[in-house]
Design a protein around this ligand. Structure first.
Ligand code: PLP
Length: 373
């Protein structure tokens, strides 16, 4: 009998794509989860040179080239004050594969994974594909994840909880105090903290912290990627960093599902991580300026929006019918419920678009808001 697995039948194609497809070709797209900046030239060039020299034709080591893993290790030292052995890193096909490895390697059938609600769509789907059961944890009013709510939701079936700071779809950044709490919870309850740090560099206020800085046990797996930081979404290059025993288990999945991350992308990522970081600073400054313009726009419209402190998303509270009205008027935004039941009544606005276009979109949103009031 050819049938489909129960696991795959529980997952559907992300609702976000459907919104894009429903909008016309000349719609302004504030739905995209990718920076509108080019990949830094030195990163592109490193891939071109490796290709031309014939160095990127073959499989690399399953974990990724030694040089890339050394660059990732140096990045953790430089940015996170963390000592990560290059042997304790696996280069993956983006943060997405990194999340997949972590969940496949740590979640048994029927085990629970606590995920932020609203939260990035892959947490629910990848948990189900691993045979686990996602348990949504409602965010606080300010759209951060409450460590107390995580701790309360832990049962004897909990395998892991996901922390994502800065967050998608919220733009929220967890405080250092919260992050310390997440580390304590992972230690004390002996559950895995899966820390998705793909937006770590896109922070406007406060500092990014990783639970790995504070945990005493090895119960933290860090997921990261070049995708957002270096505007490299198309290159598909991310990584997991964890203890030796966890990396060994995740490698069992990666080795058979992926063999290794794309070799040209590994060369580009090494250059991006080790090279000049000014392009990142310029991008973050541009995002901050756009965020401020967007927040002013919402304030003028009388729409409440918690101030996003990172990433490039805002998640205002919107009146009934607002999302449809905005989309009908030619601006694509994503309804909050695409990210979980507690996203209802909100919309996710990505401001990864140039300032002029953003201002145009704000006027459309203003018109839509007036029309439905
Ligand atoms: C929170 C979060 N984690 C992981 C990813 C996956 O990133 P990648 O493109 O590196 O697979 C995304 C992409 O949107 C994301 O928003």
């Amino acid at each position: 009998m050819t049938g489909f697995s129960d696991r795959v039948e529980q997952v559907s194609i992300s609702g976000i794509r459907e919104v894009f497809e429903a909008a016309g070709d000349d719609a302004i797209n504030l739905g995209l989860g990718q920076p509108d900046f080019p990949t830094p030239e030195h990163a592109r060039q490193a891939a071109v040179e490796a290709i031309e020299a014939g160095e990127a034709d073959a499989y690399t080591s399953n974990k990724g080239t030694r040089e890339l893993r050394e660059a990732i290790s140096a990045k953790h030292e430089r940015d996170n004050d963390l000592s990560v052995d290059p042997a304790d890193v696996i280069a993956t096909a983006g943060g997405s594969e990194a999340l997949h490895l972590a969940l496949e390697a740590h979640v048994d059938a029927g085990e629970e994974v606590l995920i932020p609600d609203p939260g990035f769509v892959a947490y629910d789907a990848l948990t189900r594909l691993a045979g686990g059961e996602p348990v949504p944890v409602a965010l606080r009013e300010d759209l951060t994840l409450d460590p107390g709510a995580v701790e309360d939701a832990i049962t004897e079936d909990t395998a892991a909880f996901v922390v994502n700071s800065p967050g998608n779809p919220t733009g929220a950044v967890q405080s250092e105090e919260d992050v310390r709490e997440f580390a304590r919870i992972a230690d004390e309850h002996d559950v895995l903290c899966l820390s998705d740090e793909v937006y770590e560099h896109i922070v406007f206020e406060g500092d990014h912290h990783s639970p790995m800085e504070f945990a005493e046990s090895d119960n933290v797996v860090v997921v990261n990627a070049c995708s957002k930081t270096y505007s490299m979404t198309g290159w598909r290059l991310g990584w997991v960093a964890a203890s030796e025993r966890r990396i060994e288990r995740m490698l069992r999945v990666h080795q058979y599902a992926q063999a290794c991350a794309s070799a040209p992308a590994q060369f580009a990522a090494e250059a991006a991580l080790a090279g000049p970081q000014e392009p990142v600073e310029e991008m973050v400054a541009a995002f901050e300026e756009r965020r401020d313009v967007l927040l002013d726009g919402f304030a003028d419209m009388g729409i409440d929006c918690p101030t996003p402190k990172g990433a490039f998303y805002a998640m205002p509270e919107v009146p009934d019918g607002w999302v449809d009205e905005v989309i009908d008027r030619g601006v694509v935004v994503v309804p909050g419920e695409a990210f979980g039941d507690h996203g209802a009544g909100h919309a996710r606005i990505s401001y990864a678009t140039d300032l002029e276009t953003l201002k145009e979109a704000i006027e459309v949103m203003r018109g839509a808001t007036e029309a439905i009031r």
